[in-house]
Design a protein around this ligand. Sequence first.
Ligand SMILES: [Mg+2]
Length: 148
Amino acid sequence: MTAVIVDVDGTLAEFHPAQVHEWVLGPAKQWDPFFAHMAKAPVIEPIAKLVKLLKAQGQQIIICSGRPDSHREHTQAWLTRNAIPFDAMYLRPEGHDHVDDEAVKEALLSTMRDDGFDPWLVLDDRDAVVAQWRVLGLTCLQCAPGDF
Ligand SMILES: [Mg+2]
């Protein structure tokens, strides 16, 4: 299944690191205020449009985020409300709040491949994560400044 991996915060959903850093950019996460805030995040229209075009061309869309799997329904609801098509969603495993985003996503890539997906392209925003995707051999299009 030829697939494109798409991040959420800062890629599909408007995200301002200064507004959320106390909740999610350190090792101890506070997910409830983060999700209350991000529930209202506007969609980033050019990326939403690109994802829809890729889907219409027959690509599988894989949502991959450092958001926690324990709060999966929040992310699912936001994607549905904003009419973002996706075929699978891979999120931070429970008990891994202290793990850096790039390490979380490296592990999720292995799981995707085990599940039969063949990703060839990634859309992401955070510098450290973009660098890691490239180390892993994937082409990553960085869609916004990501030095945080
Ligand atoms: Mg992001």
